[in-house]
Design a protein around this ligand. Structure first.
Ligand SMILES: Nc1ncnc2c1ncn2[C@@H]1O[C@H](COP(=O)(O)OP(=O)(O)O)[C@@H](O)[C@H]1O
Ligand SMILES: [Mg+2]
Length: 285
């Protein structure tokens, strides 16, 4: 099954002086189990795009198919879809509101109509999935560190057992270690559950390292779409848009320009290390 965007255009404040076309004829197909990174400048339409995927925003024109069904059909159950396509907003701690972390995580499943017991089980599982320490379960979410707040907010969405998990800049504002922890957690969630994950990020390094497919947005349009090595082989195109490829890709390109026969398009430190070792063994240096 899949999510298909078919010529989706979205305009904020349509027919007013403040009209802004935030999405411009976007067509995409997202398959089950994909781990996708969405990158692009601030204002390129990333958040607007992902808010269409769970029906929070309604396309001005074009349509979206969720598992083959047009989500704008009048008999389509949008409320049900919102629980299947879970969204962790940017700065998700602003969504925390219950008196304790545990109650906060239980809120989603309870709202889905599960019994108190089932919701409790879901909350335990979700908090365990994000490695949330037991001793903080009964703490106010507002007393947590930045990283713990993110985990609690992610657990709140996971507790609804979504088929698709969307995270809008989940590492924004965290220190480097906090960022790594959250990204590693997301990777583990992808590997263990196989659910579709859509990660909005502005870090080329992060998407190169973690995702299988990168969608580059520019001025509300899909500018590039493909595997990291494909997307990052378009250095010139990306630079024209003021975007960059990962630092390590630049380094490997410089070595290639100096006549070293680099194979492929290394986009992570690990890939670069492998390639350099291969060349070393081959006696290149
Ligand atoms: N609530 C809103 N009202 C009006 N314009 C908006 C709103 N949210 C975003 N925009 C505009 O839509 C465009 C895309 O924004 P957004 O989807 O937030 O981009 P990104 O997430 O890539 O930074 C920008 O020009 C932004 O200013
Ligand atoms: Mg955004």
């Amino acid at each position: 099954m899949s999510i298909i965007l078919d010529h989706v255009t979205y305009t904020y404040s349509e027919k007013t002086a403040y009209e802004i076309k935030a999405l411009d004829d976007v067509s995409l197909s997202i398959k089950d189990g994909e781990f996708i990174g969405i990158i692009g400048h601030t204002g390129s339409g990333k958040s607007t795009l992902v808010q269409h995927l769970n029906g929070l925003l309604r396309a001005t024109s074009g349509t979206i198919y969720y598992n083959g069904q047009d989500i704008y059909d009048k008999d389509f159950n949008l409320k049900n879809m919102r629980t299947k396509v879970g969204m962790v907003f940017q700065y998700p701690e602003h969504q925390l509101f219950e008196t304790t972390v545990f109650e906060d995580v239980k809120y989603g499943p309870k709202n889905q109509g599960l019994s108190d017991k089932e919701a409790t089980n879901r909350a335990y599982d979700a908090l365990a999935d994000v490695n949330f320490p037991d001793e903080y379960f009964d703490q106010s979410p507002f007393e947590l560190s930045g990283g713990q707040k993110r985990r609690a907010a992610i657990a709140g969405v996971l507790a609804m057992e979504p088929e698709v998990l969307i995270l809008d800049e989940p590492t924004a504002g965290l220190d480097p270690k906090g960022q790594r922890d959250i990204l590693n957690l997301i990777r583990r969630m992808h590997e263990s559950s196989g659910r579709t994950i859509i990660l909005v990020s502005h870090s080329m390094e992060d998407v190169a390292e973690y995702v299988d497919r990168i969608i580059v947005m520019d001025e509300g349009r899909v500018f590039l779409d493909g595997a990291p090595d494909y997307v990052f082989s378009h250095t010139d195109l990306l630079e024209e848009k003021g975007l960059a490829v990962p630092q390590v890709t630049y380094l490997m390109e410089e070595l290639r320009a100096k006549g070293i026969p680099i194979e492929g398009q290394p986009t992570t430190l690990e890939m670069a290390e492998k390639e350099i070792l291969r060349l070393h063994k081959a006696g290149v240096f």
